[in-house]
Design a protein around this ligand. Structure first.
Ligand code: ADP
Ligand code: MG
Length: 471
């Protein structure tokens, strides 16, 4: 076939291979299906004949896996040969970070690598990831009464980083209200205006993890220099620094150094600075130096505007009463509004009928069920880790340390016991593992429970705690 005549190099270029693959897929599906389910997929990398592709969330994965697995596999085999395989990477629904632990590769970025400035004080850190996702922009961010101040300040900073009095810029509010979107939009605009600006985005959780790694590999000083070399530091979900005194201390010094040099600091949190119990008071006072702005849940009009905008993005065509129904019933946050539209899309494609109120109701219903499931797996993981004194972040990692493996397996086992979440989704939750890993975990734990009375007791206690917490 024609493609196989291309130079070998091209077949190692994920973007090329994926675009060839899309060409094969396109004629086999409707334009709406193509735009909805295939366009958002991002090729990340190719290793041998395995292409890694990234899907926005678990719905996508389930949907694609159930309906288009064969189509996808056949297409990729046409291009890469019979050994070809696809590895799915999910942008985790439950956490902001991609669920694959190390997305080291340049290819995983949406933004090209910033040019390295040669600064004598910065040791050769030739390359770094901004971690910015280009899909988050001001253009597709709906302004409403709940976020007016935050957006206005964000735009001002975007156009003049470090040059406004909004430094640091501290955004706080509940989940799914657009904090991450907003701060990434600021980063994106700064980078778009001036590509020599060293912008970096990461969650405080990740920051802390990387710091621990740096200490372990004796590179704490380099770590420190690296973050001090930034023009714009965006640290998301700063509440994750609570209980991590060492990271707080390091961040305190980083903050001072950046602030003194007129560099922009942007922070988000789930609560206002004063409520961050367990955060170093020196940091809390610094959080107030610039501007603190909150984001509130969207009002009805804003919810409608968001639904219309997202529907347009998704290529979804529904009558106003459908959006009104959803806006009336999904009130908590924007992530759920979005999730509901995705459900609706899935249901429409499944039932092969026009969108009607019945389908909208079904989708709203499904969203509230999936919310319950999500809460409980989070809770299971949290309690297992607390009881076994294990760092919660490690459980989703690839680490094979014995005690972490057991905690992870126990959490999987309990997720299967206590929730209705599918094995596939349990696997996804724990760092994109497949369902056979989950089955293996469940049998191992059952074995342990049957043979080790001590462990059985621990497991029983944990299970009780979870059930108590759920009631
Ligand atoms: P948070 O970080 O506060 O938990 P996110 O920024 O992750 O929330 O937002 C959740 C989802 O909702 C994202 O997909 C984001 O793009 C979308 N979103 C949030 N606020 C808005 C908004 N005002 N306009 C458009 N989309 C939004
Ligand atoms: Mg966020």
């Amino acid at each position: 076939m024609e493609v196989s005549l291309e130079p070998r190099q091209k077949l190692q270029n994920p973007a090329f291979v994926w675009s060839e693959c899309l060409k094969l897929i396109k004629p086999n599906v409707s334009p709406m299906t193509f735009n909805t389910w295939f366009t958002p997929i991002k090729p990340l990398e190719i290793n041998d004949a395995t292409i890694k592709i990234q899907l926005p969330n678990a719905y996508f994965w389930e949907w694609i896996d159930q309906r288009y697995n064969a189509l996808l596999n056949n297409s990729i085999k046409e291009i890469l040969g019979n050994d070809a395989a696809i590895e799915y990477i999910i942008m985790d629904d439950w956490k902001e970070e991609p669920s694959v632990i190390e997305l080291h590769h340049r290819a995983s970025l949406n933004v090209p690598a910033p040019k390295q400035e040669i600064k004598p004080v910065v040791e050769a850190k030739i390359d770094y990831e901004t971690n910015l996702n280009q899909k988050y922009t001001f253009d597709n961010f709906i302004k409403g009464s709940g976020n007016e101040l935050a957006v206005a300040a964000g735009m001002a900073i975007g156009n003049n980083p470090g040059g406004t009095s909004f430094n640091p810029f501290f955004v706080y509010g509940g989940v799914g209200l657009g904090k991450t979107h907003l701060v990434q939009a600021i980063g994106n605009i700064i980078y778009a205006n001036d590509q020599s600006k060293r912008v970096i985005y990461l969650s405080a959780d990740r920051f802390s993890q990387l710091f621990v790694d740096a200490i372990q590999s004796n590179s704490a000083a380099e770590f420190q220099r690296f973050y001090r070399s930034m023009d714009v530091l965006i640290l998301d979900d700063i509440q994750f620094l609570i209980g991590r005194e060492k990271t707080q201390d390091l961040f305190f010094h980083t903050f001072n150094s950046l602030h003194q040099a007129g560099k922009q600091i942007i922070l988000t949190s789930d609560k206002p600075p004063k409520d961050l119990k367990g955060m170093d008071s020196r940091l809390i006072s610094r959080f107030h130096w610039g501007l603190t702005a909150d984001v509130q849940p969207p009002d009805y009009e804003t919810r409608l505007a968001i639904l219309n905008k997202k529907a347009e993005e998704f290529g979804l065509n529904a009558t106003p009463d459908i959006y009104e129904y959803i806006a009336t019933h999904v009130t908590s946050n924007i992530r759920e509004l979005e999730g509901c539209l995705l459900r609706l899309l899935a249901n429409v494609s499944l039932s092969a009928r026009e969108i009607d109120l019945e389908l909208a109701k079904k989708s709203v219903q499904e969203i509230s069920t999936s919310r319950k499931i999500t809460i409980s797996v989070d809770l299971i993981t949290k309690i297992v880790c607390e009881e076994m004194s294990i760092d919660e972040n490690k459980v989703r990692d690839k680490t094979r340390k014995q005690e972490i493996v057991i905690a992870r397996q126990l959490a999987m086992y309990l997720a299967k016991e206590l929730t209705r979440i599918s094995l596939k989704n349990v696997g996804l939750y724990f760092g994109g593992r497949d369902h056979s890993t989950v089955i293996h975990a469940c049998t191992s734990i059952q074995n342990l429970i049957d043979t080790d009375a001590n462990f059985a007791e621990i497991a029983k206690n944990i299970k009780n705690k979870i059930e108590l917490a759920c009631t």
